[in-house]
Structure formats: structure tokens, C-alpha cells
Design a protein around this ligand. Structure first.
Ligand code: MG
Length: 308
């Protein structure tokens, strides 16, 4: 069974079967939130799993839709949580990939109006892309009289805790120009917080702007293929020898399917085994894209499997 898609998918594996799967893959792509950490707590055993995979000559990449931090900040977080050997080049966030898309694919010139956390602005600047500086609008400023930058050629929407009516309104005005690119870092609708609370994700902010502008954003993050193409272009990745490990069926697993990768759902995050089975049992063919090939309780199971 090594390397092959499990019959029907959604197969719980550990031990020898998981060992064979890992042996058959040269590249392992991990989502971060809900897979290798939850907030500021590493998933038990995750640092050891990353180290063990690398010691066995595997290439490890981190593919996250979380656009709040620049890559350098992720390196610090990895170190803080006990991942001693993670390099900036191994981290592909939706903020980094959005900047790479504008620089390398869109042959973009002009300025970006970016709705997003500091991670989005930092990655754009690191890629040499001009960004409209955020300024506090005075009390008498409204959408009828605010200044609009004539050099804006793209609007990028990411997770933004300071999202406002004025940001939405300005973005709408820029998108009136059909030549203005409309990008979204990722489609995540919400993110879990402690205590059962949730926070709206980039996808919900993008939906507001799509409604207001009557346009559809180009999504850069998972499940779009671009993040894999971004890694593949830098590291010569082959889909057949790559494994995607994620906790969210609608983004991580669909991403893996879209890119031709084998997929593993880990149950330490958002999606449950029961949800995966509902998709598996669905009569709608499109829902099959949400079904992982394999399911593990935690990536900690990788450690035991590697030692088999
Ligand atoms: Mg996740």
C-alpha cells in the first residue's frame, strides 16, 4: 500500500502501515496550526517528529494559511516551541506566497492596498513591493472625501484584527478599476480560540469585499495550488513523493488533492474523523476531494512509526 491512495480513503493508520507510507515519501508538508502546534503550545512530540524526519533524509516544509507573521517571526516561534532546526526557507505562509505571486507571477508594478496583519505588510516589503502605508483617518474623513492612492494596482486581503468599514470602502473603490488585481491570502472562514470562541478569518473579510465589489478574489493560500507551486519552484518537488499533513479538510486536504499529493488528516485541530466520514459517504463527487487518504490521532504517531 506504500505511497498509494488508500482504497476509498479516510483510513486510520499507525505503526507499520504509517511507517510504509512515510518510507514512500521524500517530502512532508505540514500545516502548522492544529498540526504541529495549537497557539503557543507545541503538539506533544511534534519537535521530535520534525527532527526524526530530517534525520532520515526527508525534506520538511511548513505550509500555513496563517498570514499574521513574517517568516522570520515564524522561525522564532519554532525555536521558542522547541523546534530547534527549522529554517526560514522551509516556511511557506500565505503572506509570503502572496508576495511571491505578485513579484514572480503577476509581473506586478505599482502599489498594493493590503488589508492584513503586520505579517502581510512585512512580506510584501521584503519582496520589494510598494505598499500603501496605513494611516489613521481623522474624525472628519469618510469614504466621500478620503485620499485614494492613484498608484494602487492590487488589493490583497488577509486576516486583519483592525479590519474596518473604511478599509472595506477604500478597497472597493480601488477594485472599480478592472485592471486592479484582487487577491486573498487564504479562504479560511474562522479560527478557533481558547474557551470555545472563534475569530473570523481572511475568508470572511474577503467575502465582504467580494460582495461589495462584485468581483472574485484570486486565492493564494490552501486549497489553491499556488503554495505548492511556490515550494516546487524553489525545491524541485515531485507531487508523487510528497505528503500533505493537515487538520482542516476544506483547506489542507483539498490542497493536497488539488496538487496530487497523498493526504493525512491529523485529529489535533479543527476537523474530526466523523466529518471526514460524512464527506466520504456523500453522493456528491466533489465532496470526495475533502476525504483524506489517511487519518492519524496526532503526528506524534509518526515518531513511533519511524522507529518501527
Ligand atoms: Mg490548521
Amino acid at each position: 500500500m506504500a505511497g498509494a491512495t488508500a482504497s476509498g480513503g479516510c483510513q486510520k493508520i499507525r505503526g507499520v502501515q504509517l511507517h510504509e507510507l512515510l518510507e514512500s515519501k521524500h517530502n512532508v508538508l505540514f500545516d502548522c496550526d492544529g498540526v504541529i502546534w495549537n497557539g503557543e503550545t507545541a503538539v506533544a512530540g511534534a519537535p521530535e517528529v520534525v527532527r526524526a524526519l530530517k534525520q532520515r533524509g526527508k525534506r520538511v516544509f511548513f505550509v500555513t494559511n496563517n498570514c499574521t507573521r513574517p517568516r522570520q517571526s515564524y522561525v522564532q516561534k519554532f525555536a521558542r516551541l522547541g523546534f530547534a532546526d527549522v529554517d526560514e526557507q522551509e516556511i511557506f505562509s500565505s503572506a509570503y506566497c502572496s508576495a511571491a505571486y505578485l513579484r514572480d507571477v503577476a509581473t506586478f508594478s505599482g502599489k498594493v492596498f493590503a488589508i492584513g496583519c503586520p505579517g502581510v505588510h512585512a512580506e510584501l516589503r521584503d519582496a520589494g513591493i510598494s505598499v500603501v502605508e496605513e494611516e489613521e483617518d481623522g474624525p472628519d474623513v469618510n469614504i466621500s472625501n478620503c485620499a485614494l492612492d492613484p498608484d494602487v494596482r492590487a488589493v490583497l486581503v488577509g486576516y486583519d484584527e483592525k479590519f474596518s468599514f473604511m478599509k472595506l470602502a477604500k478597497a472597493c473603490c480601488y477594485l472599480r478599476d478592472s485592471e486592479c488585481l484582487f487577491l486573498a491570502t487564504d479562504p479560511d472562514p474562522w479560527h478557533p480560540l481558547r474557551g470555545g470562541r472563534i475569530t473570523p478569518g481572511s475568508g470572511s473579510l474577503t467575502a465582504a469585499l467580494e460582495t461589495a465589489s462584485s468581483r472574485k478574489a484570486t486565492v493564494i493560500g490552501k486549497p489553491s495550488r499556488f503554495m505548492f507551486e511556490c515550494i516546487a519552484s524553489q525545491f524541485d518537488l515531485d507531487p508523487e513523493s510528497s505528503l500533505m499533513v493537515g487538520d482542516r479538510l476544506e483547506t489542507d486536504i483539498v490542497f493536497g488533492v488539488n496538487c496530487g499529493l497523498s493526504t493525512v488528516l491529523t485529529l489535533t485541530g479543527v476537523s474530526t474523523f466523523e466529518q471526514a466520514q460524512v464527506y466520504k459517504d456523500s453522493d456528491e463527487p466533489k465532496k470526495k476531494d475533502f476525504v483524506p487518504d489517511y487519518v492519524v490521532e496526532s503526528i506524534a504517531d509518526f515518531l513511533e512509526a519511524l522507529e518501527e
